[in-house]
Write a protein of this length. Structure first.
Length: 307
C-alpha cells in the first residue's frame, strides 16, 4: 500500500532546510515510486528561500503543524528541540543531516550524517551517484542551499565536498558564476527593512539546552552593517523582552557581515558566559568577533563548553 511520507527540515526553516526537503522528496519519489514523498516545512520561509524557490520555479512545501501519527523523514536537523510538534508521536523513518547528533530511536533506521557544509551537499552527492536524472531546478535548489549554508564558501564549515557538489550542481543549473550567484542569494535576505526586531531575531533562531540552562541563538547575515547598527538598541530591547518573557538564561543574536567575515554578538542575559567562551569583554551588551561566521562551529560549541 502506498504510504504518505513527509520530508521536513527544522523549525524557523532556512534555505538548506526547505531546499533539502524539496530535493529529497523528489529523490525518494524517483527511487521509491511505490510511496508518496511530500516536502513539508515547519513555519514561514525567509525572503532568501522565497527568492530561490521563485528563481527555480518551485512552490513552497506544505506546512506541517503536528506530525503525530505521520511518517516523517528529517532533513537538516535531528534534535527534538528543533523539530516539529508531535516529534515523539511520529514515525521517523530516516534522518539526513550535518549537525551534531542528539537522537534516540528504538528501531534501526536509515541515518546519514556527514560533517559537510550543508544537507544539500549530501543530497547532491546522492543525486549524482544514484538518481536517474537531476532536474535543472533541483540542481539550482541544491546549489542555492550549499551557498546559503556555507555563506558562499566563507564559513568554517565549508569542505572540499561542498565545492565539488556545488560545481556539479551549477553546471546542471546553468549557473556560470557561482560566487556572484551566491551573493545574489544572500542579498535576498540581508535587508532588514520592513521586519520587526522580533522577526529579525527569529528569522534564523535555534534553541539549546546547555546543562539545563535555556539558551537561544539567532543569526542574521548582512552584506552591509549600517542597517543593523542603526537598529541595535531596538534589537537589544527585544532580546531582553524575549529573554524575560520566555525565561532564557542567555539570548544571543549574531549579526554576521558576510563581506567583512565577522559577527557582532548582541547579548542578553549571562554575558559572563560569552566573555569566558571567547575570551573577550562584552561592552554595552555587544562584542565583535572577527572571523566568526558559523553558529554551529564557532559559536555553539564554545558557549556550550562554559556551561
Ligand atoms: Mn543546514
Amino acid at each position: 500500500m502506498s504510504e504518505k511520507i513527509y520530508v521536513i527540515g527544522h523549525m524557523n526553516p532556512d534555505t538548506d532546510s526547505i531546499c533539502s526537503a524539496l530535493a529529497y522528496a523528489e529523490f525518494k519519489n524517483q527511487v521509491d515510486p511505490g510511496n508518496e514523498y511530500i516536502a513539508a516545512r515547519m513555519g514561514e520561509m525567509n525572503s532568501e528561500t522565497a527568492y530561490v524557490l521563485e528563481r527555480f520555479g518551485f512552490s513552497e512545501p506544505v506546512l506541517l503543524e503536528d506530525a503525530t501519527g505521520l511518517n516523517i523523514i528529517l532533513v537538516d536537523h535531528n534534535e527534538k528541540s528543533q523539530s516539529v510538534e508531535g516529534y515523539d508521536g511520529a514515525q521517523i523513518l530516516e534522518v539526513i543531516d550535518h549537525h551534531k547528533i542528539n537522537f534516540k530511536c528504538s528501531e534501526p533506521i536509515y541515518y546519514l550524517n556527514e560533517p559537510v557544509g550543508s544537507t544539500a551537499t549530501i543530497l547532491g552527492d546522492m543525486f549524482l551517484s544514484t538518481a536517474k536524472n537531476i532536474d535543472e531546478g533541483i540542481a539550482g535548489l541544491l546549489l542555492s542551499a550549499i551557498l546559503s549554508d556555507t555563506v558562499v564558501f566563507k564559513s568554517a564549515t565549508t569542505t572540499e565536498k561542498d565545492w565539488r557538489v556545488a560545481k556539479k550542481m551549477a553546471q546542471l543549473a546553468k549557473i556560470n558564476d557561482i560566487k556572484a550567484f551566491g551573493i545574489e542569494v544572500k542579498k535576498a535576505k540581508s535587508s532588514l527593512e520592513g521586519l520587526s526586531a522580533n522577526q529579525i531575531i527569529y528569522s534564523d533562531f535555534k534553541d539549546f539546552d546547555f546543562k539545563n540552562s535555556k539558551v537561544g541563538i539567532g543569526q542574521i547575515e548582512v552584506v552591509d552593517s549600517a542597517e543593523s547598527e542603526m537598529r541595535r538598541d531596538e534589537l537589544l530591547d527585544e532580546l531582553n523582552d524575549i529573554r524575560e518573557s520566555k525565561d532564557y538564561d542567555l539570548l544571543v543574536l549574531m549579526v554576521t557581515n558576510i563581506m567583512d567575515e565577522g559577527s557582532e554578538l548582541l547579548v542578553s542575559g549571562l554575558s559572563n558566559k560569552i566573555e569566558a567562551a571567547f575570551d573577550v569583554e562584552v561592552k554595552d551588551n555587544r562584542v565583535y568577533l572577527d572571523g566568526v561566521m558559523s553558529r554551529k562551529k564557532q559559536i555553539v560549541p564554545l558557549i556550550e563548553g562554559v556551561f
